[in-house]
Design a binder for this molecule. Structure first.
Ligand code: ADP
Ligand code: ZN
Ligand code: ZN
Length: 804
């Protein structure tokens, strides 16, 4: 029995008459509360070690197991490989709310407060609480906000100024609603109004949810109650599944191109576990291959799991799947409400053959009879969870899952990750032993032999020399001038708020976050008078100073090319151009992705300006023009994968142009036109780039030739985090020597951004030989490592990290 709020296992006794199974959700006493927990192991007899312990009794069974057979071994494997508590893995897998993760909250009591008599910490807490919209906050929030919060809260509680309470939050219960069913429309003595209502109900098929029905025929529940008394209708409670659904038009399988045909034939011949890399340039018809590979799997009665990296991608893709497979398509991702996730989860558990489309965590979908797993855009970094634990990669888990279910795994991409490329080419140790399990399939051309759009590189240094100070080169300007509703364009900027830091033109002063040593980002919208500066790491916000805090110069403004700045400049230079903004700011609301894409597809704008999200799967035939503002900005990231990332991102964004009948055009602006990666992008030279990149990786034993594990340490104390990092590095070096391992310890080093949310961050990097047969070369002694961390130093282990 395992409880939330603790990562340890707890043992409980079953009350007489209650039988349970592994995976069942239970309510149990925990301290003074009753909380949700999950049954992990059941014993017939009490284990000896616990014989003398006082063991409390389970309160009740909340829900029977929500996992299919042989699912536990997958969760256990994830926990083991990523050095994460099993409970953390269960939490990622299960729909939220099921374990009734209750929060401890603190609120102000009614008592009037004599502030002067309080300690400064207590005063600070009161101030924070008074400024909250509901005069309350979670316990953990207060601890994060105020130094020494524990002490202060104790003081406030003793004086009766605050109260703490537990708020359970769960929608993970079936939702029942009233249904009205027609029994007979033949009763006499009905008013004409009542008869009308019955006619409408009959037209609706004789049964409807009560609430929409009353709206439909402008009646009241009371009228329906009367009709029920007269025996004309029945009103019952029924479960209403909250599944995300959208209307769809059906379509049919396309006649495949010869390349698609060949790929499909290979996939259909596969028996049991195989890993296939489907390398198809953007617009080559990979999705059509997935669709036609799925159809026979469903026919056999098996389900299919389709993963996509980002939710912005799913609306269009979901439409295409619904058009082919109708209601058998389920969508599962974190933007759904808790209720929707709970209901979708239970829908997945049924034996029905279905297609589940989802993001990263959907790899844990509880499909009992899985026949195929597909990862679209397999190179995408969104498949890796950075934190919290488990820091899993959905592609790795997908491989384990496909192995366990003995079914094929299809990885699709226009720009495969080096890991998948090297695997498919049998370049890695673990693929040498089983080459027949790894396949490479290629779709080198777009459908209908549509050309890839030519890419022009513009040297922005020259533009400046020739007197063009605008954000847009003359070539880009010419491209923008040609846009109109029949011919749309995309403009790509790296990252929201990229280099929108505020700086002083007189002295160079840059406003930084007081907590995070990164520059603050400029935000402005029409609703607020004064522009805001915001930290992208910890969300610290302040208004923009009118003059330089350092030298008082009035030339203190934001410079750079964030989405807003670009849009302002576009509006100024091209007043007739209709522009939409597509980034994490404008797509935060639920359904916003879809709305924006629909509006753009409907021709409401000529140009869509956006960040990374634009690089992903947008498939709009009328997009003919793609501009990239700072093609080299990604190259400057301090990361050994910077070249790979830049190459992938630029080819993906270029791939959005000219997917319809008309040819496309791509313009990339850069300050670094001779860089080999920029040059390779222009030539669409995937293989040569990958080969030279792989040589460098091999020389340095970087992935995919070696395995990296990063130990991330953080603490409010700069000194202690550094000492701990040092101690851990020394310990690891000694262990490696003692065991005679071929491993290396790098660092300790301060993290890229030293300070985030008041915590100093250091890291130790461990380089191990490549994984063979799914087993790491060394299992980290995690408890030994944890034991070396003082109380205020946190250790997080990231296996196969994507960002360093
Ligand atoms: P990818 O997933 O590789 O980017 P898509 O599957 O989205 O490519 O295909 C690009 C476009 O070509 C889509 O509009 C799709 O409907 C169309 N398409 C794909 N395969 C065919 C085919 N065999 N015949 C005609 N059109 C196709
Ligand atoms: Zn200044
Ligand atoms: Zn910050």
């Amino acid at each position: 029995m395992d409880c939330p709020g603790a990562e340890k296992l707890f043992t409980y006794r079953l009350p007489p008459g209650l039988t349970i199974q592994t995976g069942d959700i239970l309510s149990v006493p925990f301290g003074p509360q009753t909380v949700g927990g999950i049954a992990i192991r059941c014993f017939a007899d009490l284990p000896e070690a616990l014989a003398t312990a006082q063991i409390r009794e389970v309160v009740d069974l909340v829900s029977p197991s929500l996992f299919p057979d042989n699912y536990w071994s997958l969760l256990e494997r994830v926990a083991q490989y990523y050095h994460a508590p099993l409970m953390a893995v269960i939490r990622v897998a299960l729909p939220p709310g099921l374990l009734m993760r209750s929060q401890r909250r603190i609120r102000l009591s009614q008592r009037s407060i004599e502030t002067q008599t309080l300690t400064p910490t207590a005063q600070k807490l009161i101030e924070v609480l008074q400024n909250s919209p509901n005069q309350d906050y979670t316990w953990t929030y207060l601890q994060r906000q105020v130094k020494g919060a524990n002490q202060g809260l104790r003081e406030l509680r003793q004086r009766g100024y605050v109260e703490s309470y537990v708020q359970p939050q769960s929608h993970a219960q079936p939702k029942r609603q009233q249904v009205v069913t027609l029994l007979s429309s033949a009763a006499p003595d009905l008013t004409s109004r009542q008869q009308e209502v019955l006619v409408v109900l009959q037209q609706q098929g004789g049964e409807m949810w009560l609430q929409p029905f009353t709206e439909l025929c402008h009646t009241t529940p009371k009228t329906l109650k009367t009709l029920e008394e007269k025996g004309c209708v029945a009103i019952t409670l029924q479960e209403r599944l909250r599944l995300e659904q959208s209307p769809f038009e059906s379509d049919q399988a396309q006649t495949l191109t010869p390349d698609q045909e060949q790929a499909l034939a290979v996939i259909q011949d596969l028996q049991g576990y195989h890993q296939v890399l489907l390398h198809g340039v953007t617009g080559s018809g990979k999705t059509e291959v997935y669709l036609q590979a799925i159809a026979p799997t469903l026919k056999r009665g098996q389900s299919v799991l389709v993963l996509v990296p980002e939710i912005g991608l799913t609306p269009q893709l979901t439409d295409r799947f619904r058009a082919r497979f109708g209601d058998r398509v389920c969508v599962y991702h974190s933007a759904l409400s808790d209720g929707e996730r709970y209901d979708t989860w239970r829908q997945m558990l049924t034996e029905t053959a279905q297609v589940v489309i989802g993001t990263r965590s959907a790899i844990f979908s509880p499909l009992p009879n899985l026949g195929m797993v597909i990862l679209d855009e397999e190179h995408d970094t969104g498949y890796k969870q950075d934190r919290p634990a488990p820091c899993y990669h959905a592609r790795t888990v997908a491989r384990w899952r496909a192995e366990a279910e003995d079914c094929p795994l299809i990885l699709g991409s226009a720009t495969p990750s080096l890991e998948s490329w090297a695997t498919s080419q049998h370049l890695l140790p673990h693929t040498k032993s089983e080459p027949s399990n790894h396949h490479y399939l290629s779709l080198p051309q777009r459908v209908h032999a549509r050309p890839m759009p030519p890419i022009s590189i513009v040297d922005m240094r020259q533009e400046l020399e020739q007197g063009n100070r605008s954000l847009f080169s003359r070539k880009l300007q010419a491209g923008l001038q040609q846009l109109h509703s029949g011919q749309q364009g995309l403009l790509f900027i790296h990252r929201r708020g990229h280099s929108t830091f505020v700086s002083c033109r007189s002295c160079g002063y840059v406003v930084e976050c007081p907590h995070c040593s990164v520059s603050l980002t400029y935000h402005h919208n029409a609703d607020i008078k004064q522009p805001l500066l915001r930290c992208h790491y910890c969300n610290f916000t302040q208004t923009q100073p009118a003059q330089c805090p350092d030298c008082s110069s009035p030339y203190f403004r934001f410079f750079g090319s964030g989405t807003q700045r670009v849009i302002e400049d576009l509006n100024r230079q091209f007043p007739d151009l209709r522009v939409l903004r597509f980034d994490s700011d404008t797509t935060r609301r639920k359904g916003a992705h879809r709305q924006l894409l629909d509006r753009f597809a409907a021709g409401e704008a000529d140009l869509m300006v956006g960040t990374q999200m634009l690089t992903k799967g947008i498939d709009l035939p009328q997009v003919r023009f793609v501009g990239v503002l700072a093609a080299d900005s990604l190259l400057n990231l301090p990361d050994f994968r910077a070249s790979e990332r830049t190459f992938q991102t630029l080819l993906q964004v270029a791939g959005r142009a000219g997917r319809g009948e008309h040819p496309g055009q791509v313009i990339m602006q850069t300050y670094n036109p001779d860089h080999p990666v920029i040059q390779a992008v222009q030539r669409y030279a995937y293989e040569t780039t990958v080969d030279s990149e792989l040589q460098q990786r091999a020389a340095l034993q970087y992935p995919p030739y070696g395995q990296l594990i990063v130990l991330r340490l953080s603490s409010p104390s700069e000194e202690r985090v550094e000492q701990t990092a040092q101690a851990i590095a020394t310990y690891l070096v000694k262990q490696i020597e003692a065991l005679g391992l071929e491993a290396a310890v790098l660092g300790p080093a301060p993290a890229n951004i030293l300070r985030v949310a008041r915590r100093y961050r250091w890291q130790v990097l461990l380089k191990l030989p490549a994984i063979v047969d799914g087993m790491p070369a060394w299992t980290l002694p995690t408890s030994e490592l944890q034991a070396r961390c003082p109380k205020d130093v946190r250790l997080a282990i990231d296996v196969d990290p994507l960002t360093l």
